[in-house]
Design a protein around this ligand. Structure first.
Ligand SMILES: [Zn+2]
Ligand SMILES: [Zn+2]
Length: 78
């Protein structure tokens, strides 16, 4: 039930919002939180390293769930 609403939001948001609210760049390794906000994985991890609680950098809701958009198939040679 939750998953389908995530999908709807992803579908509508993926077109309009492609930049990360933390670094304001195009998502590099985008992940989606359970609050339906998305961030670069690196941004999220650096945000969370200073936190005891894993909250959303944008809306501050506790987000225990992280949904990965891509599973390691999108690496463009470093
Ligand atoms: Zn970012
Ligand atoms: Zn959020």
């Amino acid at each position: 039930m939750l998953l389908s609403s995530f999908r709807d939001q992803m579908a509508s948001k993926s077109e309009q919002n492609l930049s990360c609210p933390v670094c304001h760049e195009i998502f590099k390794d985008p992940v989606l939180l359970s609050c339906s906000h998305s961030f670069c994985r690196a941004c999220l991890q650096s945000w969370w390293t200073e936190k005891a609680i894993k909250d959303c950098p944008f809306c501050k809701r506790i987000s225990s769930k992280v949904i990965h958009f891509y599973k390691g198939n999108n690496k463009k040679g470093f």
